[in-house]
Every structure is written in C-alpha cells, then in structure tokens.
Design a protein around this ligand. Structure first.
Ligand SMILES: [Zn+2]
Length: 410
C-alpha cells in the first residue's frame, strides 16, 4: 500500500488533542509518525491540507442505522418493511462515513440488521464506519420498546419490531444467549420508558428488577457489555448499581445514582441534542404533539443531570440517536457543541466526548480514537480549528477530507 503523507496541517494528537503543526505519515492504514520533522519521500502520495485541522475520525456512541426519515415509533416499525429498513441502514452507513464518522455503536436494530451491515462493511461489500452492534432492544411488555398497540398485537408478537419483549428472568437471560448466537457486540436493554414512546413515558419503568438482573448476570457470565436505556431516576439508579457499561440519556440523575456511576466508573451517553431538538423544534419536525409535550416536560431535568455528571467527572460520550426527518443521521456531530453551550463543558472535553471517550467505552482505544503512531488512520480534516469552534464538526462546508484506515473516502 502506497505511503500517504498529509502535509501543511495542524494535527490534534494524543488523548488531549494536543495541536502539532507539520505533517502526518500513514503506512499500511496506520499512523506512522506526526510532527514538523515528518517529510514526504519519493513515491509517497502527498495530500496538502492547505492549513486545515486534522482530528481523529468522529464516533457515534448511540446510533440506530435503521432510523431514516421517521417521525415516530410507528414510522420505524410499521410503515417500513424489514427489506426497506435494511436499505436504510446501508444508506445511513455510507452517509455517516462521508460525514466523518469512522466508528459507530448501533444500539438497537430491527431483525439483526445492525450485525449484518457491520459484517458487510467489514467484508468491504458496502462503505461505512466500523460498527459495533447490539441486536433488538430488550424490553418488557408495556416498556420502552413496546410500540405495538394491544388491539393489534396482544396475541401475536411482532417479530419485525425494534425491540424484543421478554417476560420473567428466564426469558431475560435467554435473550442474551440468543443475541450472542446472532453475533452482537453489545446487549441493549430498556430499563425505563421514553419520551419517544406515547405508550410508555420516560418516568415509567420497564423490566422488573428480577428480569433486569437476570439479563445483566447472564451478560456478565458471557462477557458481553450491556448498554442501558435509562431515563427515569429509578432506572438510572438500577442500571448504575448493576454496573452496566454505559447509561443512555439519564434524564433524571439523583445523587445516589451519580455516586454509583462514579463508583463503578460508568459512562453516560446523554444524546442531549436530539432531546433538545424534540423539545424546541419537535412540532416543525413533524413529531406528534404528545411526544413533544413529553420532551418539554423533561428537558430541563436532562440538562441539569448532565451538567451534574460532567462536574463529577463522569466520562460523557456523544450519541446522536438520529435519523428523524429533521434530525438526520450524522447529527451526533452537533452533540459536542451542545455540551459546550448547555452544560459548560470545555471544547477539548467536548471533542474527547466524540472520539477517545467512545473508543475507551468500546474497548478499542488501542486502535482508534486518537491521532498517534500505531493507530488506525481514521482522520477527519476540517477547514476551521474545532478547538476554537466546536461547531465546525457539524458544518458540511468546514469538512475538507475523511480518511478511513488511510484511504480517502470523502
Ligand atoms: Zn436510541
């Protein structure tokens, strides 16, 4: 593979995104060296960055590849067939890569689409980021992922839904083994309801403690990490005490739950921009009034919770939860700017939330997430310095170049 040298740029290097001027050399898909001393050699492919700023490729810790142009859960599950959802996921994977996302975690898919798309990308069949995938969201009847009206589905479980409903500890443990058989990297579980589900609001709990602990125990036994959807105070407390790897959303975060999160070294993915968009622009986005009302009720609590977690030093990871009609895939790129604006995070910490923090959570920080020798050459080049203006991440006009494993993909 031809050696590539990016010249005439500023490189945000290492865990702390320390700016280094000069050039960056890539050989065999990995970063070889970076700094003012790096020189192009005859035969190298030289790319002049023209004063641009290179940072690690973006990551999305909370992605659903099957979400595309949807306004509510019924759009996701009932309007679209499984083949259509598969096409959407392939489309979204390519789109995310073009927008600079080189790694994503898919936290809930219909059928086993996330896993299949992950493998298709790995084989080189279709373009897309590196994917770590959960399967269908483990949920309870009447819980987070139960969008199925009883008059239609009471006696006929809907096998094509985003979530799988389990009843009792045996089913909760068995679903972990089934999903592992099907190739998942993560188990996604709904511990509370959501403002997105008109049938189960954020404050309502889903699985019973017995079901939830049976699932977590089996996941620990099998060595697969658990990502918990937890909006209510109770659900955050339950997930934190059980020591799941990451807690999604955390709208209501009370002091004892925060203490458990700090004690276990857990990570929070707030997906704050999506909730903010629902609360502030939901109606113009075509979101039903009942869902917008739920989000307006909880948004202030959400901001306060994430500010409190940030102040306590909890690692925060950027997640999009995107794919709505007016909050399209790739909107995770606005998340760092939202942290700076609403919870007082520093721009450097905000950039870490969308790069190295996610790599650590996913256990791949030895391969991706920083610009350093030996790391995969997943690089996003911007025309503006994201440390000075973190909004550059989401500005299509600011994006100059995307490299994946040393290959220019956009
Ligand atoms: Zn989600």
């Amino acid at each position: 593979m031809q050696r590539i040298v990016l010249t005439n740029g500023t490189f945000l290097t290492g865990d702390d995104l320390t700016p280094v001027a000069g050039a960056l050399a890539v050989s065999d898909g990995t970063i070889e060296d970076c700094g003012p001393h790096v020189q192009a050699r005859p035969g190298d492919h030289v790319v002049d960055l023209d004063g641009g700023f290179a940072m690690p490729g973006l990551m999305d810790a909370h992605c659903h590849l099957v979400y595309r142009d949807v306004a509510d859960p019924y759009d996701i599950e009932l309007r679209k067939s499984v083949p259509q959802a598969t096409v959407d996921a392939v489309h979204n994977a390519a789109l995310l890569l073009r927008k600079g996302f080189t790694t994503i975690r898919d936290v809930g898919s219909r059928a086993n689409i996330g896993v299949e798309v992950r493998d298709a990308i790995r084989r080189g069949d279709v373009p897309g980021p590196r994917v770590l995938a959960a399967g269908r969201i483990v949920s309870a009847p009447g819980g987070l992922g139960d969008f199925q009206p009883s008059h239609l589905f009471e006696h006929a479980p809907y096998p094509h839904s985003l979530a799988v409903q389990v009843v009792g500890p045996y089913e909760a443990a068995a679903v972990v083994r089934t999903q592992l058989k099907d190739g998942v990297d993560w188990i996604k579980v709904g511990v509370s309801g959501t403002g997105f589900n008109p049938l189960c609001p954020a404050e309502r709990s889903g699985l019973t403690d017995v079901e939830f602990h049976a699932l977590v125990d089996e996941a620990v036994r099998q060595g697969v990490p658990v990502v918990a959807h937890a909006e209510s105070a109770d659900s955050v407390r339950t997930a934190a005490r059980a020591g799941v790897a990451s807690i999604e959303h955390a709208l209501f975060l009370e002091d004892d739950a925060l203490a458990a999160i700090v004690e276990h070294g857990l990570t929070i993915s707030p997906t704050l921009s999506m909730y903010r968009a629902f609360a502030e622009r939901g109606l113009e986005m075509g979101i039903p009034q009942v869902i917008v009302d739920q989000h307006r009720r909880t948004h202030e609590h959400h901001v306060a919770s994430i500010a409190k977690a940030t102040a306590a030093g909890v690692p925060i990871v950027a997640g999009g939860d995107a794919g709505l009609t007016h909050f399209v895939q790739g909107s995770c790129a606005v998340e760092p700017a939202t942290y700076v604006e609403l919870v007082g995070m520093s721009p450097r910490a905000a950039l870490q939330s969308i790069t190295v923090n996610i790599a650590r959570l996913l256990g791949i920080d030895g391969e991706v997430g920083t610009l350093a020798p030996g790391m995969a050459a997943d690089v996003l080049v911007l025309r503006r310095d994201p440390l000075a203006d973190v909004t550059a991440l989401a500005d299509d006009a600011a994006r100059a170049l995307v490299l994946q494993g040393g290959v220019v993909v956009s």
